[in-house]
Design a protein around this ligand. Sequence first.
Ligand code: FAD
Length: 397
Amino acid sequence: MRALKGKRAVIVGGGSGGIIAANLLAEDGMDVTLVTDNQYHFFQPANLFIAFRGDPAEKYTRNVSELLNPKVRLRVERAKRVDLGNRTIFTESGIKIDYDYLVVAAGARLDYDSLPGLRETREMYGDYYSTPQSAAKVWETVKGLQVGKFVIAVPDLIIKCPPAPHKGTFLAASYFKREGRSVEVELLYPSPHIYTEAELAKTVEEKMRTFGNITFRTSFMIDSIDVEKKTVISMSGEEVKYDAIVSIPFHKGPDIEFEPSNVKDDDSFIKVDKNKLNIIGYDDSYAIGDCTNAPTSKTGVAAHLGAFTVWKRINGENAKYSGRTNCPMITEDEAIFVISDYEHKPVRQRFSKLKRLMEDIFVAMYFPSLRYPKRFEPIFDAYFKATEPEVLGERGW
Ligand SMILES: Cc1cc2nc3c(=O)[nH]c(=O)nc-3n(C[C@H](O)[C@H](O)[C@H](O)COP(=O)(O)OP(=O)(O)OC[C@H]3O[C@@H](n4cnc5c(N)ncnc54)[C@H](O)[C@@H]3O)c2cc1C
């Protein structure tokens, strides 16, 4: 263990990864400053419960200060520039903060301008990736649709929680069924299978067919959305009409300037060593969670495990992040977990009610586990170990 007392750590981003990293480092006696551009932290998976169940956003929103160890210094403002060589960050208002260790956890930036029609349809029907307000707009859309076709469009696969488009499909279909409405839910998906991994796709496809009101198109590469004609047009010229549409936006890395600039890739994701999570070329600066180019899914679990890896590395341990993810794909009363790591593709799964219950338990533990990450670690650790892809193996779960 290194002597960290009094050393300065700056964390950029008050989301899942940043809050956990700040709390862990503060407990070591470090002088921790968290710079975040939003005083609130919203539990993003709950967008689905707002969009398709009408849950209130307040239930899933907390003031960042409530989630932090009181020793963490909170600065609510945007980080504008990071000078890695001089170990300094500059905020938008011009404040300069020096650090001994840096952890960037600034999440992904959503891009609505790379596809014609994306921004307009978001304004008309909402979306469940950006804000709880926009998710509430989806709920208005869903409630207002009596007959016709509700489309969920996926233009790109580098997205947070890759099963979230499927979750939206299942939850929307359940709602329309329950209400006895003649609304078809169609998922437009760019990969050749209805999930990126072929075996898991079979399970998902089977489940979709049991609904009776879900259809899907695969290898559907979206070219544009014609808002006037209410039509999605694919790159091969296929046209799909909709009555309402919700699209998943493109994802990019955060809007922060770096010195040197080549630590960001073409989509602005921060280049990291995929196991050590240090920013390439720097051993005192790290990036975790959605803002990195680590070749794993963008999930809260990756951000959580990334925070622990970085905390241990700053403490002098040779900890490595395995690429482990764990993202639930839920229907109203069942779920599977998409579980993979760098060495293993997603393991086979069966939908079950127990997994759906486990998801509700994870949701209930979310905020306390950010505030007290060490206390919750034995629970998560036992779960992650028991469900390692290597342990589940070919049998799956
Ligand atoms: C619909 C949906 C469903 C999901 N479901 C699941 C799920 O079931 N399981 C799961 O594991 N994951 C899920 N996720 C993904 C999960 O929410 C994210 O992967 C996770 O929040 C990433 O954490 P993070 O800390 O990297 O980024 P975030 O939690 O996004 O936090 C980034 C923070 O940085 C701040 N920030 C950005 N730029 C700056 C800047 N320049 N200066 C200062 N602050 C800045 C932001 O305001 C934000 O507070 C889901 C996501 C969505 C959208």
